[in-house]
Design a protein around this ligand. Structure first.
Ligand code: ADP
Length: 151
């Protein structure tokens, strides 16, 4: 069986990397969570980006570290500001689906200069959040490619 894995070209392996094989768990908060609690959440869950959803888990917004820092600098009462007034909201959110190629997702991250994409399933009612795809996931895929091809 030696050498079997190298019968697939590097190009082919790269095109076969899918979002579903490298995605992480999403960290989801509700629209009425306060900015203060969102900051606590970022630390507790150890993520860089929170996704904001309605009660049915449909994507409403994205909150990054910088969104939270920007609001904190203003030094208003962070316990009184709900995240939905500072988040980036639909329809301005870039997202991907499980079956997408990682190359497509990586392109979206670079094109929009962002750290993560919500992984969603499109339904009649909206975009249901099923995962999170980050630059770290892309980096892990890059390593797996090197390992598969004995680079
Ligand atoms: P940070 O600001 O912590 O460096 P990002 O670079 O990911 O994190 O975020 C930059 C800006 O882009 C923020 O205002 C954030 O709300 C927004 N953003 C983050 N992810 C997305 C996304 N998937 N689609 C659209 N906007 C996003």
């Amino acid at each position: 069986y030696a050498g079997k894995k190298n019968t697939v070209s590097l190009t082919e392996s790269m095109m076969n990397l899918k979002v579903k094989d490298f995605q992480s768990m999403p960290v989801i908060v509700s629209e009425n969570m306060t900015v203060y609690d969102a900051i606590l959440h970022i630390f507790l869950e150890d993520v860089g980006t929170l996704f904001v959803a309605d009660k049915d888990n449909h994507l409403q917004g994205v909150l990054s570290r910088k969104d939270l820092l920007r609001t904190s600098i203003g030094s208003q009462d962070l316990n009184k500001i709900p995240v939905n007034i500072i988040m980036t909201r639909m329809p301005n959110i870039s997202y991907c689906s499980k079956k997408d190629s990682l190359i497509l997702a990586a392109n979206k991250l670079i094109e929009h200069e962002i750290d993560s994409l919500p992984v969603v399933e499109e339904t009649e009612e909206g975009l249901e959040i099923v995962g999170r795809l980050t630059k770290t996931n892309i980096t892990k895929a890059f390593i797996s490619l090197a390992e598969t091809h004995d680079l």
